[in-house]
Design a protein. Structure first.
Length: 232
């Protein structure tokens, strides 16, 4: 898309590429993602129906969320810039007998009819230009459609808990998964949505208990949070 800043950051893709075979390893580097997944699906279901809806999953990785949505009856298209992750996702879906339209591409190169729902979980903090993600997501969203995003807040507590403790102490994620400079405050994310005619309609924090390996919703959005918006 001419004149649009790229959302692809080679260094960020490399972080995940090295673990591309491990997306479905429940004890591997992405195990917390599997613990978070039911919470993500419940959030979507709390705002809109999933069955028979056309859903675009941005930055789908190995397809953990995409498969869960497809099992709920959604017609899922899922994209990721890492070809190895898409290969893993395709292979796993085939083994499970699940139909998902996986594409190894970035959103600026992607074209399709507008979707009812767009998901953008744990992606926006891995791109150089979050404004581009929101702008192009809006172009792929139907009127009155929903977009769901999750990321890490930007403050000292968020750095300490979500990066230092999670990555370097408890090893819940591979080290250097997140760059604090790319973390985004909810107020800024809400501004980006409104600038693209998307009205924020949901904001909750996500907590995680590393001892019980359970994720849960909370009102505290100072660390990890989920935001949803609806296109006017």
């Amino acid at each position: 898309m001419q004149g649009t800043k790229s959302t692809v950051n080679a260094a960020e893709i490399a972080k995940f590429h090295q673990h591309a075979q491990s997306w479905w390893d429940l004890n591997g580097p992405f195990k917390t993602l599997h613990h978070l997944n039911p919470v993500r699906v419940n959030i979507i279901e709390s705002l809109c129906k999933i069955k028979n809806q056309r859903i675009l999953d941005l930055g789908c990785g190995g397809g953990v969320l995409a498969e869960a949505l497809a099992k709920k009856g959604a017609k899922v298209t899922a994209i990721d810039a890492d070809e190895a992750a898409i290969k893993t996702a395709k292979n796993h879906a085939r083994e499970q007998g699940i139909t998902i339209d996986y594409q190894a591409t970035s959103i600026e190169k992607f074209t399709a009819k507008p979707f009812d729902i767009i998901t953008c979980f744990e992606l926006i903090e891995h791109v150089d230009c979050p404004e581009t993600i929101i702008k192009l997501a809006q172009k792929n969203l139907k009127k009155n459609g929903y977009i769901f995003l999750s990321t890490i807040n930007r403050n000292p507590r968020a750095y300490f808990e979500a990066i230092f403790i999670a990555e370097y102490v408890l090893n819940l994620l591979p080290k250097q998964t997140h760059d604090y400079k790319k973390c985004i405050r909810p107020s800024f994310l809400a501004e980006l949505l409104r600038a693209n005619k998307i009205e924020p309609c949901y904001l909750k924090g996500i907590g995680y208990n590393p001892f019980t390996e359970e994720a849960y919703l909370r009102d505290d959005v100072e660390v990890n949070y989920v935001m949803a918006g609806r296109l006017a």
